[in-house]
Design a protein around this ligand. Structure first.
Ligand code: NAP
Length: 309
C-alpha cells in the first residue's frame, strides 16, 4: 500500500469519472476503505465485479458514514438531491467534494444541505472521454490534466490542502478560481465545442441531399472529429446546458456574431480575412501542443483504426 491519505473514502456515482478515481485510489493505495454507492443495482453490481472498492451500497446516505472524504460524481442536475440524502450521515470534519462540469449551480444546489461541521470544496477535473459507466473508466485519466477547485469564501485552507494533495496523487495539476469564472472559462473551452459538435452532427443527419451512407463514408474529411464529441453522454450534457445557461448563451451569442463575420467574408470573397483568421487559429493549436495538453498527432482513436488495416 502507498501513502494512505484518507482512512475511508466514499464514492457516490461510479461512472467514467468515479470509477477512474476508484482505480487510481486502488493503484496508489490512497485509502484503507473505499465505499462505493450508485443508484442502480446493475451499476453497483458491475462496480463490485470490477473490484473498484472495498464495500458497496445502493444507499448514498449509508456510504458516507464514517467517510473522511466523499466524492460525488453524478450528473450536475442530481447533485442537490445527493447532498440532501447524505447530509445527515456526514462525519464531522469530513471533506465533501464533487467533479461536476458546472460549479455555480452545483454550489447553489449542494451548499444549503451541507452541515457546518464538514468541509464542502467543489472541484472539477478537466479530463474525460465520450464514454460513460464503470467500464469506461481507467487508471491515469487525470494524469497531467487540470483539476480546478472553486472554494467557498470560508473554505478551511488545511482541508483544501489535503484535497489538493489527493488530486496531485492522481497526477493532476491544480488550479483555483471562483465558480462564476470557472463556468465562463468552461463555457468556451468545453461546453461550446460540444454544443457545436452536437449541432453539426445533427445538421448532417437532417440533410436530405446527402445520404447518410455518404456522410459516414466520407467522414474523415472533418466530420469524424466532431462525431467523437457528439457521442458524449446525453444526460451529462443536457445537465451541463441547463446548469451553465447564462455563460453558454453568452458564448453562443459571440460565436454567432463571429460566424456571421466568416459567412460575410466567404460571400464577398474576402480571402485575406479568412487567411488571417485561419493563421491565428493554427497558432492556438500549436500553443495547446506546447502546453502539453495534446500531442502533435491527435488521433481520436485513429491509431486503433490504422492498426486494423
Ligand atoms: P457516467 O459515466 O454517466 O456516470 C454517472 C454516475 O452517476 C453513475 O454512477 C450513475 O448511476 C449516477 N447517476 C446518474 N444519474 C443520477 C441521478 N439522477 N441521481 C443519482 N445518481 C445518478 O458520468 P460521468 O462521465 O462519470 O460524469 C459524472 C460527473 O462528472 C458529471 O457531473 C460530469 O459533469 C462530470 N465530468 C464528466 C467528464 C466527462 O468527460 N465525462 C469530465 C469531467 C467531469 P447509475 O449508473 O447507477 O444510474
Amino acid at each position: 500500500m502507498g501513502s494512505v491519505l484518507f482512512d475511508r473514502i466514499a464514492l457516490i456515482g461510479i461512472g467514467l469519472i468515479g470509477s477512474s478515481i476508484a482505480r487510481d485510489i486502488k493503484d496508489a493505495g490512497l485509502a484503507r476503505d473505499v465505499v462505493i454507492s450508485t443508484r442502480s443495482p446493475e451499476t453497483l453490481k458491475r462496480a463490485e465485479e470490477l473490484e473498484l472498492g472495498t464495500a458497496y451500497t445502493i444507499s448514498a446516505a449509508e456510504a458516507v458514514r464514517d467517510a473522511d472524504l466523499v466524492i460525488i460524481s453524478v450528473p450536475v442536475g442530481a447533485s442537490g438531491s445527493v447532498a440532501e440524502q447524505i447530509a445527515p450521515n456526514l462525519k464531522p470534519g469530513a471533506i465533501v467534494t464533487d467533479v461536476g462540469s458546472t460549479k455555480a449551480s452545483v454550489i447553489a444546489q449542494m451548499a444549503p444541505h451541507m452541515p457546518d461541521s464538514v468541509h464542502f470544496i467543489p472541484g472539477h477535473p478537466l479530463a474525460g472521454t465520450e464514454k460513460s459507466g464503470p467500464d469506461a473508466g481507467f487508471s491515469g485519466l487525470f494524469r497531467d490534466r487540470w483539476c480546478i477547485f472553486t472554494p467557498l469564501a470560508d473554505t478551511d485552507p488545511d482541508a483544501l490542502a489535503r484535497l489538493k494533495a489527493f488530486w496531485e496523487q492522481l497526477g493532476s495539476r491544480i488550479d483555483e478560481m471562483d465558480a462564476e469564472h470557472h463556468d465562463k472559462v468552461l463555457a468556451i473551452v468545453s461546453h461550446l465545442p460540444h454544443i457545436i459538435a452536437y449541432n453539426i452532427v445533427g445538421t448532417a443527419d437532417d440533410l436530405g441531399t446527402v445520404t447518410e451512407s455518404e456522410v459516414i463514408k466520407y467522414s474523415a474529411s472533418g466530420f469524424r472529429d466532431f462525431t467523437r464529441l457528439a457521442a458524449s453522454d446525453p444526460t451529462m450534457w443536457r445537465d451541463v446546458c441547463l446548469h451553465n445557461k447564462d455563460a453558454i448563451l453568452e458564448m453562443l451569442a459571440r460565436f454567432s456574431e463571429d460566424l456571421a463575420y466568416l459567412q460575410r467574408a466567404i460571400r464577398w470573397g474576402e480571402g485575406d480575412k479568412l487567411f488571417e483568421l485561419f493563421t491565428r487559429t493554427r497558432a492556438i493549436r500549436r500553443s495547446i501542443v506546447e502546453a502539453g495538453q495534446d500531442v502533435d498527432a491527435p488521433d481520436f482513436g485513429r491509431h486503433t483504426l490504422d492498426a486494423k488495416k
